[in-house]
Write a protein that binds this ligand. Structure first.
Ligand SMILES: Nc1ncnc2c1ncn2[C@@H]1O[C@H](COP(=O)(O)OP(=O)(O)OP(=O)(O)O)[C@@H](O)[C@H]1O
Ligand SMILES: [Mg+2]
Length: 258
């Protein structure tokens, strides 16, 4: 009996030790992430703080970019795109062609390894916190925190109790209230049911009007209404034009996710 209990105790201790070791490993990797120093400073005192609002011209020039976690996999390979203020551009291309990466670079979530991302003709080394008031991103999964959402309705943590269509409509309403100079829409209408899609689409049309907008969309109607369509493949723009001119070239717009 004593031998059996002692044996069990040793076995338990051994498994606890291995759990502890795993725990230490996990904690170490969390701290490694927390300790990582970013070169992108939100409150850079030397960063340019635009006095008035931005006019919203966006310029990407010869951008080369790979994610830090996969430095030898180039995502953008000399990507260039110029958007005049108040104009809209739709980015289309197959899954993984780099559309969301471009949105991330305009937000300056990352810096390119080569080339430049400019807003109003100035390198994006702005005082980021002040610029982010003027650049608004509406994505597929907007984050809403627990609390009332302005309509005196309890929305739950991360808005989990709201259906996707309503979350997106709230995100768009917030975007309108911030009156941004640059609007970034990354699949803001995807995976919605027919009715929500229509309402969200109409709301977007209104907010896009006269505002610099970069749209990643899978609805042909949204793409068609953009001033310009840029087709991406292998990290560069392979075709550019409006819907009519691209159709005339016999180009079919690839649906995102294909
Ligand atoms: N955080 C990341 N770390 C490493 N690689 C990434 C990261 N995000 C995206 N990638 C890779 O970069 C490439 C471009 O991805 P991106 O998300 O920009 O494509 P996308 O055109 O938006 O695709 P989708 O239509 O599926 O949304 C892909 O090969 C993807 O696997
Ligand atoms: Mg994407």
């Amino acid at each position: 009996m004593i031998v059996v209990s002692t044996g069990r105790f040793i076995a338990d201790a051994a498994s606890t030790t291995s759990d502890l070791a795993k725990g230490f490993d996990s904690v170490a990797s969390v701290f490694a992430v927390l300790d990582r120093v970013t070169a992108i400073e939100q409150e850079d005192p030397d960063g340019h703080q635009p006095k008035s609002s931005l006019s919203g011209a966006v310029d990407l020039r010869g951008v080369e970019f790979a994610y830090a976690s996969r430095p030898d996999v180039p995502v953008l390979c000399g990507f260039s795109l110029s958007i005049q203020d108040g104009r809209s551009v739709a980015l289309v291309g197959s899954s993984g062609s780099g559309k969301s990466t471009i949105i991330g670079l305009v937000e300056r979530f990352y810096d390119p390894q080569r080339g430049a991302v400019q807003i109003d003709g100035r390198d994006i080394a702005y005082h980021l916190r002040s610029v982010h008031q003027k650049i608004v991103l509406v994505g597929q999964e907007p984050t809403l925190f627990a609390g009332t959402n302005g309509y005196d309705t309890w929305s739950g943590e991360w808005g989990v109790q709201l259906p996707g269509g309503q979350k997106r409509r709230i995100a768009i309403a917030r975007a309108i209230l911030r009156n941004p100079s640059i609007l970034l829409l990354d699949e803001a209408t995807s995976a919605l049911d027919g009715q929500s899609e229509k309402v969200v689409h109409e709301a977007l049309e209104r907010v896009m009007d006269g505002r610099t907008t970069v749209v990643v969309a899978d609805m042909l109607s949204t793409i068609r209404n953009c001033n310009e369509i840029a087709v991406l493949a292998k990290g560069v723009v392979v075709e550019k034009g409006n819907h009519v001119s691209l159709m005339a070239k016999g180009l079919t717009i690839p649906r995102q996710g294909d």
